[in-house]
Design a protein around this ligand. Structure first.
Ligand SMILES: *[C@@H]1O[C@H](CO)[C@@H](O)[C@H](O)[C@H]1NC(C)=O
Ligand SMILES: *[C@@H]1O[C@H](CO)[C@@H](O)[C@H](O)[C@H]1NC(C)=O
Ligand SMILES: *[C@@H]1O[C@H](CO)[C@@H](O)[C@H](O)[C@H]1NC(C)=O
Ligand SMILES: *[C@@H]1O[C@H](CO)[C@@H](O)[C@H](O)[C@H]1NC(C)=O
Ligand SMILES: *[C@@H]1O[C@H](CO)[C@@H](O)[C@H](O)[C@H]1NC(C)=O
Ligand SMILES: *[C@@H]1O[C@H](CO)[C@@H](O)[C@H](O)[C@H]1NC(C)=O
Length: 429
């Protein structure tokens, strides 16, 4: 079965040894250098180039993928499927996916034509939804893995069921990375399978440049607003530990709460915890409520205040400054959040939102975040002291109007579904 023996010495600078084929430098002279992706930021994958093949090594699950150019001799003869190495003929003729946050990257690369199967009808991307409605995508049943075998590659987002992994499975795990840019760089991982490295590099460079320019623009701010990014689950509030979220806050010019607080979970039905939490929150300028809920559209200020169990306190700056946010503004009609899709591929948009949240100009409309606690205009007119408004809410049941979610349907796909999407570049000086 194994006609060639490939010895991977991947740790040693990408040098590959082919038995009988001599030694090929990882980035050899015969390779068309324009088609090479170099990794700038991502920690968990590496790419090595040979003349007619590439090796991509996923360091999160330890798997290596040998990608053989379809026009090479090796393509017809070589097939690997071991726990450590699998081979694929590239560019992939077709593929399917069992991941939630991948189409954003696919759209930017322009690979929709070879995407043939998906496992979830909850699709955040309007153009993917449109493709599905046009019958170009097959809906696969997660419980029937034999359906996945008809594709050259099947991308999955976790490797928990390693034993049952078939030869065509490829793990795709940007979510394992620690920073927003590292996650976005996984566009290069996909590009390698389709020989579109140049496009992947171009997109990543544009996104990174814009992101870094925005980071630089906040360096001029002296004040660092304090941000608490937290979630409520089963009676308990938890300050986020997600590294990429903390990094977003830092990059936007804010300060994370966690640096000064050791205890991260607070049971709201315990008086002691509740008091501690409220005391900490009195130091916070901006609060992001990342609570997962089956009904994002119905999640409003009332629910937030109930979950926090605040009744007679008025020390909260995030309430007087009207700055309580959720990252569920963009969602599909069947409630898939674009946060897990478009936001992964275009972190500059998330960063621009956060900069507006921390340093409001009033002239920038956020993409992913909505403010839960914008006070009705007439109340502002009546009395600008928001403590009054808050008390009005508590005592007279006056409603605090928040920003609504934006539902995305196929009508929001405003281009040819098969044409590559261009990233949105934020004005930045
Ligand atoms: C998926 O497959 C399972 C197991 O074969 C079956 O019970 C279920 O009805 C299928 N679901 C759909 C939506 O077809
Ligand atoms: C995917 O491509 C392979 C190789 O060309 C082909 O055999 C297979 O039928 C294709 N599958 C689908 C679902 O198009
Ligand atoms: C290299 O990139 C060019 C331009 O994108 C493309 O036409 C060509 O097929 C690529 N070749 C390989 C071997 O990847
Ligand atoms: C950001 O600032 C650094 C240090 O001043 C500079 O080297 C870099 O070119 C800037 N990047 C962008 C994209 O503006
Ligand atoms: C929170 O505290 C209440 C009252 O002490 C207790 O009944 C409940 O189990 C606690 N919840 C969690 C998740 O620990
Ligand atoms: C929030 O939603 C609840 C339940 O749907 C509703 O009763 C309440 O009036 C809403 N509050 C605001 C401030 O809109």
């Amino acid at each position: 079965m194994l006609l060639h023996t490939v010895v991977l010495m991947s740790a040693l600078g990408g040098v590959l040894l082919l038995s009988g084929g001599g030694m090929v430098a990882g980035v050899g002279v015969n390779v068309d250098v324009r088609n090479i992706s170099k990794i700038d930021d991502a920690s968990y994958f590496r790419i090595y180039y040979g003349n007619t093949f590439k090796v991509i090594k996923n360091d999160l699950d330890g798997k290596s993928y040998l990608l053989i150019q379809s026009n090479s001799k090796m393509a017809a003869k070589t097939k690997y499927c071991t726990p450590r190495i699998k081979s694929f003929v590239i560019p992939l003729a077709n593929f399917s996916l069992d991941v939630n946050y991948f189409p954003g990257l696919l759209l930017l690369l322009g690979l929709m034509e070879s995407l043939k199967g998906i496992t979830s009808e909850r699709i955040a991307s309007p153009c993917l939804l449109k493709l599905y409605n046009e019958g170009q995508l097959q809906m696969l049943n997660k419980s029937e893995p034999q359906q996945f075998s008809q594709y050259t590659a099947h991308f999955i987002s976790s490797n928990t069921n390693q034993q049952t992994q078939s030869c065509n499975y490829v793990t795709f795990v940007p979510i394992g990375e620690q920073t927003p840019l590292q996650r976005a760089e996984w566009i290069k991982y996909l590009g390698v399978f389709a020989n579109v490295e140049m496009r992947a590099n171009e997109i990543y460079d544009a996104v990174k440049n814009n992101y870094m320019c925005l980071v630089n623009s906040t360096a001029r701010k002296n004040l660092k607003p304090i941000v608490a990014w937290m979630e409520f689950n089963d009676g308990v509030w938890t300050f986020t530990k997600d590294a990429y979220k903390l990094k977003y806050i830092e990059d936007a010019g804010g300060e994370n709460l966690d640096e000064s607080i050791n205890k991260i979970t607070y049971n709201i039905s315990t008086i002691e915890d509740q008091e501690q939490l409220h005391a900490i929150l009195c130091t916070v300028d901006v609060l992001i409520d990342g609570t997962l809920t089956p009904d994002p559209i119905g999640y409003n200020a009332t629910m937030f205040l109930q979950n926090l169990n605040i009744e007679d306190q008025s020390c909260f700056a995030f309430i007087s400054h009207e700055s309580v946010w959720r990252h569920d503004k963009r969602l599909s009609t069947d409630l898939a959040l674009d946060w897990f899709d478009g936001a992964v591929s275009q972190p500059q948009l998330v960063l621009a939102d956060l900069i507006e949240i921390l340093f409001p100009t009033g002239s920038y409309t956020t993409t992913y975040f909505r403010n839960l606690i914008k006070v009705l205009e007439f109340l502002n007119f009546l009395q600008t002291d928001v403590v009054y408004v808050f008390e009005a809410y508590i005592h007279f049941g006056i409603q605090i109007q928040g920003e609504q979610t934006t539902s995305l349907g196929l009508e929001n796909c405003n281009r040819d579904t098969l044409t590559a999407m261009e990233p949105t570049i934020i004005t930045c000086t």
